[in-house]
Design a protein around this ligand. Structure first.
Ligand code: NDP
Length: 321
């Protein structure tokens, strides 16, 4: 009997962290031998690779590789490898569990700002019974979502369901039921001018790197009852200029920022973001990967490919997402 084809897990620069994925995938793809890339590999048998921040260049030289899966919705860790085999499709994760977790984070933190939860926390700590300030309805708050993909479109709908006045911005024109949409550079300034709470769910690409800077913040709407624009970023840390965020908070261009992602992760102890009174930090866990759900998606896509289907949810390498 011939040896089974191989699925390799390339997790991290040194393979540490591969083991739980190897175990979870082995149960899901019975026809394949699942193993870490760190170990002896019979290169001719490797048919699939599953990766998260693999060492650049380590996915070359597999003559029978049929698809590369990113273990996350973001693929910046993958497409930055200039030695990826050119003719092998890259498949991104599309996972309802991950999507729903992200929307929870977005709705939660939008509501925290809208309902001024930090102010009431402070009042409580001072035993102050202060009914003011008056609390307007969600419909009076204009939220803008940058990125209307799998995650952004869902978050937008859920914010709308709660009652926020939501709009979205994407690279190409989109239609979302009941939601005002803007696209491209020509739509960006109009989108920003109406946005009081900015939610960022963009991928990190050469076009979006550093987009969250002082110039962009200064174009946001300043007429909110909470006293200035608020930034929520759960896309990628490379989208934001942290020195600009701090400067904008200090000179009143931004009122507050809630950040799940950072230029350097883990966020260094020396970062002033840690103790800035207007900054809320979550440790890149807005939408943590669920092994069962993600490996189920990968197994389904492998079964689809093995039955002759064309690759789906593929990454466009030119766009880098
Ligand atoms: P998608 O690829 O489905 O959507 C990306 C969206 O961004 C699209 O609407 C796209 O526009 C838009 N976009 C891309 N480039 C530009 C640009 N230059 N200008 C304007 N719009 C642009 O991605 P997902 O929604 O699945 O995920 C978004 C990002 O969220 C991921 O790339 C990842 O970085 C991040 N993420 C963070 C997690 C966390 O734990 N913090 C977890 C998971 C993901 P168009 O529709 O026109 O193509």
């Amino acid at each position: 009997m011939s040896e089974p084809d191989v699925l390799v897990v390339a997790y991290g620069r040194d393979g540490a962290g591969a083991a739980p994925w190897v175990e979870a995938l082995a149960d899901r793809v019975p026809g394949l031998h699942v193993q870490s890339l760190n170990g002896p590999v019979d290169i001719a048998r490797v048919r699939y690779a599953v990766t998260w921040r693999h060492p650049p260049g380590s996915l070359t030289g597999f003559p029978n590789l049929k698809a590369i899966f990113s273990l996350g919705a973001g693929v910046d860790h993958l497409v930055s490898d200039s030695n990826l085999p050119a003719d092998v499709p890259i498949v991104r994760i599309v996972d309802p569990d991950l999507r729903d977790r992200m929307s929870e984070w977005v709705v939660l933190h939008t509501l925290i700002h809208h309902r001024q939860v930090r102010l009431y926390d402070w009042h409580q700590s001072e035993k102050m019974w202060v009914e003011d300030p008056f609390q307007p309805a969600a419909g009076e708050v204009r939220v803008g979502v940058m990125g209307l993909g799998v995650l952004g479109a869902d978050a937008t709908r859920k914010l709308k369901m709660i009652g926020f006045d939501v709009a979205g911005w994407s690279r190409t024109a989109k239609t979302l039921d009941g939601i005002e949409t803007f696209s491209g550079q020509e739509g960006l300034d109009r989108f920003l001018a109406r946005t009081q709470i900015l939610v960022v769910l963009l991928p990190l690409t050469p076009e979006t790197r550093g987009i969250l800077n002082h110039s962009l913040f200064s174009k946001l709407a300043r007429d909110s009852y909470f006293g200035g624009p608020i930034l929520l970023n759960a896309g990628r840390g490379g989208l934001q200029n942290e020195a600009d965020i701090l400067a904008a908070l200090d000179d009143g261009i931004l009122k507050a920022a809630t950040l799940d992602v950072f230029e350097t992760e883990p966020l260094p102890e020396s970062s002033p973001l840690w103790h800035h009174p207007a900054v809320t930090i979550t440790p890149h866990n807005s939408a943590i990967s669920n092994y069962g759900s993600i490996t189920g998606f990968i197994a389904g896509e492998i079964a689809h490919l093995e039955s002759g289907g064309a690759p789906r949810h593929t990454v466009d390498r030119q766009r880098a997402y």
